[in-house]
Design a protein around this ligand. Sequence first.
Ligand code: NAP
Length: 259
Amino acid sequence: MDLGIKGKRAIVCASSKGLGRGCAEALAGAGCDLVLNARGSEALEQTGKEIREKFGVEVVTVAADITTEEGRAAVLEAAGDIDILVNNAGGPPPGMWSDWDREDFIKALDANMLAPIAMMKALLPKMIDNGWGRVVNITSQSVKSPIGVLGLSNSARAGLTGYVAGTSRQVAGSGVNINNLLPGIHATDRAVSLDTGAAAAQGISIDEMKEQRSKTIPSGRYGTAAEFGATCAFLCSQHAAFIVGQNILHDGGAVNATL
Ligand code: NAP
């Protein structure tokens, strides 16, 4: 399917690996030029090179922490005129409700709520002027079904979800569509790191942990970054022009709910 976004310019935050990279590759496959970002430059440069070679699109890379004001300023300065924004950052660490103090919450809010809001605030005016724009925020299935040990993530992402619910409806009339894409368990470094901690806590191997978690997913397996990216690219396409303020689960059926 032609997504109708060839030649559009997209920022994909936190995209040297994992789900962000999956989104970047799918957008490049649809003919978008890209601004990629991550903190570490080695994997970022490698990803940029591979995407340029595979898809023949323009790729600008900016090594910066997207959760900081300076990091966002660097990305925005390199970006130019942007049509598509994919917001993403690393997720907060797991723990217990009793572990977290004000500073832990501030950090989580900065990363998973205020950073994407700041990126939208910076880029929405131009999208509105152009009469076209797409924003996809990578959040989590934990927005729909809380994961106890990820209380920092549950809290920060719920805040972003509330912001998007209202803002998406304020800008939809200008041809700008904002939606959230909610990953369940996907085979990325983040999943390996969470599995490693959970396996150690239960005294089992990582493979056993993975098998245990796969059984909780009706699809019987972890998702892939490529599948996630394809869904993101569709939400950024011309065909998604009537999808506004939605929270789309990409979880293999893991969240057990009728709606
Ligand atoms: P990942 O495999 O660990 O990849 C994270 C990517 O983001 C890397 O490229 C990393 O590069 C970059 N990054 C992290 N923090 C950054 C920052 N502050 N500024 C700029 N770049 C940053 O993670 P993932 O699995 O793709 O997860 C992406 C998001 O989805 C996370 O918020 C995660 O919590 C959420 N999520 C994931 C799953 C899952 O199963 N994978 C499920 C639910 C929710 P650098 O380290 O070099 O910066």
